[in-house]
Design a protein around this ligand. Structure first.
Ligand code: FAS
Ligand code: PHB
Length: 392
């Protein structure tokens, strides 16, 4: 087989990239390891930055967000026994975020690829990527019991943290930055309406908790736990008791309980590889970087990367200009290090580690007050949370 751009992975990064390339008349083929239903049903991110919503609308995918998305203007931070509502819409000069779950985004992107006859091969794991230091990379994949090859001009590694793309790069030409956190999140889905229509964070002495929203009847809740916690040790009663302790405050309606339909633990890490390219192989999304879910940046950073990559591939494949491709990694890294700083800083600010000193605890409280109770703190949080600009 032959195409202009081989895209490895049909998660949000790969699917969005294929649609952006098609719009510029550049052909691509997506090769995805898993079955389509598996990719579509994975429960992950929940919040879209303003720029990500603009991208999806630009791709003609605004209908789902209009019907099922919830525009957000504020986050209610709870600490010191009371609510500290941060209006990021006002503090950012009118920018918003949307609650619109990743599985909805992926379903919308898949439907758009099908409508445009973009070739997505599911259940087709890529086993090797070769010759990407030359001008004709070759992607080897397995499909329907046979081995196949896909010859192309460029390879987009959108295959996530455990994918083959980053591992195919020469380690000696790559730097890795990694940090694992001393806590994780026990995440649940509950058939219980949110007491208010705003995401609520509990920065409690006992530990962090969050209430987010999926639909008017379903809430997504998180509890700080050990990174290797066994979800089976958490009965429904134990979960609700901890969520009430960490989230309820006297001046606001209590969270509502309901049937828990999903329970899982996510460990937390920050990871970045640099550069995000070697020869004609370009990494985008989780293949290149991981952020803790606290700042809701993983999915949004993936969508930001592929907008940069699509513009660079259009200049190269469409007009023979390699300049943007050469600077792809530098362009993404300038934005990503700010995303890492925001995500890691927020993560450390709102979680309490077991051996926290009294001094460190005081510093965290000052940081929380600065972020929510000062104009400068609110503005800094709001510009980051609603999404940094993507370099043209
Ligand atoms: P993805 O991992 O989504 O997609 C990569 C695709 O490549 C997968 O479909 C995989 O099957 C495929 N693939 C891998 N190897 C392959 C091979 N050899 N051949 C072919 N295909 C291959 N982000 C947030 O912003 N907020 C959150 O709350 C949040 N929660 C998360 C919870 C969990 C449990 C996880 C794992 C992630 C969470 N994230 C969250 C981050 C997540 O949303 C990612 O940022 C997002 O999926 C990134 O999208 P992609 O880069 O497309 O990678
Ligand atoms: C989510 O809905 O999963 C979510 C919301 C806000 C965050 C992180 C995750 O900051």
């Amino acid at each position: 087989m032959r195409t202009q751009v081989a895209i490895i992975g049909a998660g949000p990064a790969g699917l969005a990239l294929a649609l952006l390339l098609r719009r510029e008349g550049i052909e691509s083929v997506l090769v995805e390891r898993a079955a389509q239903d598996h990719v579509r049903s994975r429960l992950r991110a929940g919040v879209l930055e303003q720029g990500s919503v603009a991208l999806l609308r630009d791709l003609g995918l605004g209908a789902g967000i209009e019907r099922r998305g919830l525009e957000q203007h504020a986050i209610d931070f709870r600490f010191g026994g009371r609510s500290h509502r941060l209006d990021f819409h006002a503090a950012s000069g009118g920018r918003s975020a949307w609650v619109y779950p990743q599985h909805e985004v992926v379903a919308d992107l898949m439907q758009a690829c099908e409508r445009q006859d973009i070739a997505v091969m599911y259940e087709s794991p890529v086993t090797r990527i070769e010759a990407f230091d030359g001008t004709r990379p070759v992607v080897h994949f397995h499909r329907e019991g046979r081995d196949h090859t896909l010859v192309c001009d460029a390879v987009a590694g959108c295959d996530g943290y455990r994918g083959i793309s980053r591992r195919s790069m020469e380690p000696g030409r790559q730097q890795v930055f990694a940090h694992d956190y001393a806590f994780g999140w026990l995440g649940i889905l509950a058939e219980a309406p949110a007491p208010t229509q705003e995401i609520t964070w509990g920065c409690h002495e006992e530990g962090f908790a969050m209430l987010s929203i999926r639909t008017p009847q379903v809430t997504r809740l998180y509890l700080q736990c050990a990174p290797d916690e066994d979800p089976a040790l958490w009965s429904d009663d134990r979960i609700w008791d901890a969520l009430h302790r960490r989230l309820d405050v006297p001046d606001m309606p209590a969270i509502r309980e309901g049937r828990i339909t999903h329970k899982s633990v996510t460990a937390m890490r920050s990871f970045q590889c640099a550069p995000m390219q070697q020869g004609r192989l370009f990494l985008a999304g989780d293949a290149a970087h991981i952020v803790p879910p606290t700042g809701a940046k993983g999915l949004n950073a993936a969508l930001a990367d592929v907008q940069v990559l699509a513009r660079a591939l259009h200049a190269f494949c469409g007009n023979g200009d390699p300049a943007r491709l050469r600077s792809y990694s530098d362009t993404c890294l300038r934005r990503m290090w700010q995303v890492h700083r925001f995500s890691a800083g927020l993560c450390n600010m709102v979680h309490r580690v077991a051996d926290e000193s009294a001094f460190a605890h005081q510093l965290r409280l000052v940081d929380l007050h600065t972020m929510t109770d000062t104009e400068a703190g609110r503005q800094h949080f709001s510009h980051q949370f609603t999404g940094l600009p993507i370099e043209a």
